[in-house]
Design a protein around this ligand. Structure first.
Ligand code: COA
Length: 268
């Protein structure tokens, strides 16, 4: 008699941990340097979905497990099998999850401790800020594989570092170290590998002390602003500025300043 078919065990490549209002999302597929296969991408999307409505989370740190790699790119084994239709699907699936991170209503900080290549560099770029360890390596090597970056890298890199540098990095596929990435504005700060988790958490903590609604609206205003005309962006900024005047957080922030104490924001 054949045994009953057992359900496939759930693959778990992404861990979620919340402490002191800081969520840490960790990609853990160390045997492949945390390369992004469809399961990793799906689980990453699920982790951010789970976090979206959690009011006990003020900021998120996104990182890779192990000492060597943040994410070494999309899984080349999977990419090697794609045809035109699945290629579009692969790109769209990644773009959708990365966009959900970029539009996440609380600040997301990438803690990059090692390789951030291809999809890994693109993942770091869809986060709002990047802290890197001094052993980090960034690059978009896709053209060397006969493809282009497909998770938003052709758009976000130029916005972060300017057209000239984005063209150079994309067309050569060259790798750069953390110091060079910091000089060109691709990362916000560099630390040692040992201190990276704490440095990222510290930055997240500093941000999460501020008014949650104000943080969300600041993100919306900035990302809307880079996608639209100056006049339209100014209108949008004024609307959000006015909207914040109706929040308890604004009253609390200003009262706390006048009373010379730290504000206690409630996110409303
Ligand atoms: N996709 C699939 N597997 C990957 C991978 C990727 N993007 N990056 C690394 N791996 C795998 C390797 O194949 C190897 O697997 P194996 O042990 O089963 O052979 C394992 O991860 C360790 O990588 P390895 O190459 O042995 O480590 P290394 O220290 O010598 O080199 C890199 C590290 C990052 C320089 C190298 O792995 C590399 O160039 N990776 C691809 C980077 C890339 O082009 N990314 C963009 C993809 S679009």
């Amino acid at each position: 008699m054949n045994p009953e078919p057992q359900p496939e065990p759930a693959v778990e490549y992404v861990r979620l941990d919340v402490q002191d209002r800081i969520a840490t999302v960790t990609i853990d597929r160390q045997e492949k340097l945390n390369a992004l296969n469809p399961d990793v991408i799906r689980e990453l999307g699920e982790a951010f979905d789970d976090l979206r409505d959690r009011e006990d989370v003020g900021a998120v740190v996104l990182t890779g497990a192990g000492e060597k790699s943040f994410v070494a790119g999309a899984d080349i084994g999977v990419l090697a099998e794609m045809d035109s239709l699945t290629g579009v699907e692969v790109s769209r699936q990644g773009q959708e999850v990365f966009r959900a991170i970029e539009t996440f209503p609380r600040p997301v900080i990438a803690a990059v401790g090692g390789f951030a290549l291809g999809g890994g560099c693109e993942l770091a770029m869809c986060c709002h800020l990047r802290v890197a360890s001094d052993n980090a390596v960034f690059g978009l090597p896709e053209v060397g594989l006969g493809i282009i970056p497909g998770y938003g890298g052709t758009i976000r890199l130029a916005r972060l570092v300017g057209l000239g540098r984005a063209l150079e990095l994309t067309l050569t596929g060259m790798k750069i170290d953390a110091a060079a990435a910091e000089r060109m504005g691709l990362v916000n700060r560099v630390t040692t590998r040992e201190e990276l988790p704490e440095a990222a958490r510290k930055l997240a903590g500093k941000i999460a002390r501020n008014g949650p609604v104000a943080l969300q609206k600041a993100l919306e205003a900035i990302y809307h602003g880079i996608d639209t005309s100056t006049a339209e962006a100014m209108n949008f900024e004024s609307s959000l500025f006015g909207l914040l005047a109706s929040t308890d957080d604004m009253r609390e922030g200003m009262t706390a300043f006048l009373e010379k104490r730290r504000p206690e924001f409630r996110g409303s």
